[in-house]
Design a protein around this ligand. Structure first.
Ligand SMILES: [Zn+2]
Length: 251
């Protein structure tokens, strides 16, 4: 499957929900006429304004960016690619060969290696700098620059969604919107991993370095998912933080 054919199958206009058709170097909505650029091998669907980034390139700044781009070093994000997390997620994706796996808040694509052979990876993040890092390792994979709270995909268009170390960047209403959107878009299963809010000394200290964080307890996360999903499995494990890994099916 080529990136273009994958994207043509799953995307819809984030503004009106209309169909998108390729025209020149852009996608044009048949409903509202909005045009979305295809640049750096990715579709730019973030409703945003264009600006010149640090390297002098033209980028898009989302007007309503929900997924924060922490300037402070994110101690939580660093653990996304640890062997323990990768091993656990790989186990839950063992049956995903031939399936489409959406990574929401994908960063530089550190979860890409957890997919089995034959699965298709779909990268989504609001941060253009992360796309640059992803492209350096994985050229040619389908990628969408978009806000996570308004997934620009058709109903029931992806098989699996990964939502790893993302929820703590979202306030309660933003997390609720994300769960609603995942329930609309995902056919089979969502795999959510989050560091838990606990009262132990070390994790509390770590959270202080993660600016804008919304750490939650296990039951708060399970309740938030319950808006649209039936929880199937729960695992807890510990490194510096304590983590919760949940798999859930759409209701
Ligand atoms: Zn439209």
């Amino acid at each position: 499957l080529t990136a273009a054919s994958v994207l043509a199958d799953v995307l819809r206009c984030p503004a009106c929900g209309g169909e998108l058709a390729a025209s020149g170097g852009a996608l044009t909505c048949s409903g509202c006429g909005a045009e979305y650029a295809v640049r750096d091998g990715a579709v730019w669907l973030a409703a945003g304004e264009e600006f010149h980034d640090e390297r002098g390139g033209l980028a898009t700044r989302a007007l309503h960016r929900v997924v924060a781009n922490p300037r402070v070093y994110d101690a939580v994000q660093r653990t996304v690619g640890t062997p323990e997390t990768a091993r656990r997620i790989r186990g839950h994706l063992a049956g995903a060969s031939g399936k489409l796996v959406l990574d929401v808040g994908a960063g530089t694509g550190r979860l890409r290696p957890t997919l089995p052979e034959g699965a298709t990876y779909l990268w989504l993040d609001a941060d253009p700098a992360k796309l640059h890092g992803f492209r350096a390792k994985w050229p040619g994979e389908p990628a969408v620059v978009s806000d996570a709270a308004e997934l620009p995909f058709r109903d029931a268009s992806v098989d699996y969604a990964l939502c790893v170390a993302l929820a703590h960047h979202l306030a309660d209403d933003e997390l609720a919107r994300l769960v609603d959107e995942l329930a609309r878009v995902v056919r089979e299963r969502v795999i959510l991993m989050e560091p838990l809010r606990v009262d132990a000394l070390v994790p509390r200290a770590l959270w202080r370095y993660d600016r804008g964080a919304h750490p939650r307890a296990e039951e708060e996360l399970v309740t938030a998912l319950g808006r649209g999903f039936e929880v199937e499995t729960r695992e807890r494990y510990a490194k510096l933080h304590r983590y919760l890994l949940v798999t859930a099916r759409p209701r």
